[in-house]
Design a protein around this ligand. Sequence first.
Ligand code: ZN
Length: 255
Amino acid sequence: MRVLVLSDIHANLEALNAVLEAAPAYDMVWNLGDIVGYGANPNEVIDRVRTLGSVFVRGNHDKAISGIEGLAEFNPIAGRAAKWTRCVLSTEHTDWLRHMPAGPIMPDGPEVSCMHGSPLDEDDYVLTVRDAWLPLTKSPTRINFFGHTHLQGGFATNGEEWFRITPQYAPRGAVEYELPLRENARYLINPGSVGQPRDGDWRAAFALYEYEGDGLDAQRRVIFYRTPYNVKQAQERIVRAGLPDRLAARLRDGR
Ligand code: ZN
């Protein structure tokens, strides 16, 4: 089975299209939330992701924009973008966002969960090994896919040692990084952000989760990817929409 794992698309249609073009063959798509917010094409992005399947968990922007939550937790720029998105989003798409499930969900048997923030709280940020300790200890599943931080990689433990996972890419050429998953370890894995990466690499991020067999014999691995996209066009659309300039500028910096 090959699963395309996407997170934090943030209404960036250029990045989403580039990811779907660059992705190797896959059997299904899991989406970890924040489909909208920040970017200029929320309706088009929702149309496209809805054609990809039905495994979704909601993010904090999806909640705020669909009216499940207010904007009190948002900084002024995120708040302006959320208000703009509320205005332009179709009623049908708003309704669809409002009904997305909260994470964690278990889309595929007892080993794997999907969530936006952390297995313990959908809105928590898991940024450090310290943040990862409790979720990795308490999560009922061994393999946990999360988003929210816009940082590709994640965390792992074998019960004694704790690791940060940071995909390494050659400056030129290689755009994939393979992580074999060991049977005796527990993982928090972030595919990175499709539409607004914040790890200093502007290229759209995503991951493929692959497994063969089941039980103790299963072979599992995650492959992290980066792909360039038409960032200039995404920026122009943001500026033309009247969204804050900062949201356009940060795309080029990957911050
Ligand atoms: Zn996000």
